[in-house]
Design a protein around this ligand. Structure first.
Ligand code: AMP
Length: 141
């Protein structure tokens, strides 16, 4: 299995298609999922190519998980959530649809299930939610 540099997240990283940016550092980039399964659902990706966890380097995994932890705190603060679910899928049989490593970060509230997959967000609402997360990150320093 090789890396296809035409995947949609590679295009987002190159700025060829738009995304709602939440955070970036030298190694990772975070943006809103356009089909959110919970309010505040965001995606953490490495800036360098790898298909998924199976071909990722130790450095890519470490950088992504540091950012996943940061975003877990940020989305819990932004949405007053009681917890956070992290999901990561590998190969199509494992549930992966976009073949650039990514971690789903989903704020969770007691008694509220994840929405079914495949429901496109209202982009105005997505931006409002992104503003909340960016504000939480700014407050966290
Ligand atoms: P998976 O590969 O199964 O982990 O899921 C890929 C995720 O990427 C899904 O949650 C999609 O909603 C999300 N997604 C697909 N295209 C975009 C995009 N252009 N911007 C943001 N999220 C996307």
């Amino acid at each position: 299995m090789s890396y296809d540099s035409d995947n949609i997240f590679a295009k987002i990283l190159r700025g060829e298609i738009p995304s709602e940016t939440l955070y970036e550092d030298d190694e990772t980039y975070v943006f809103m999922d356009i089909m959110p399964r919970a309010d505040g659902h965001c995606l953490v990706i490495p800036k360098t190519p790898c298909r998924n966890m199976l071909d990722a380097s130790d450095a890519q995994l470490a950088a992504c998980l540091r950012t996943v932890r940061l975003m877990g705190h940020a989305v819990m603060k932004a949405f007053g959530a009681g917890g956070v679910t992290v999901q990561q899928f590998n190969e199509d049989v494992g549930g992966q649809e976009v073949f650039h490593l990514h971690y789903h970060v989903l704020p969770r509230h007691e008694g509220i299930k994840l929405r079914p997959p495949g429901q496109m967000a209202d982009f105005g609402v997505l931006k409002e939610q992104a503003d909340k997360i960016r504000a939480a990150l700014a407050e966290m320093g």
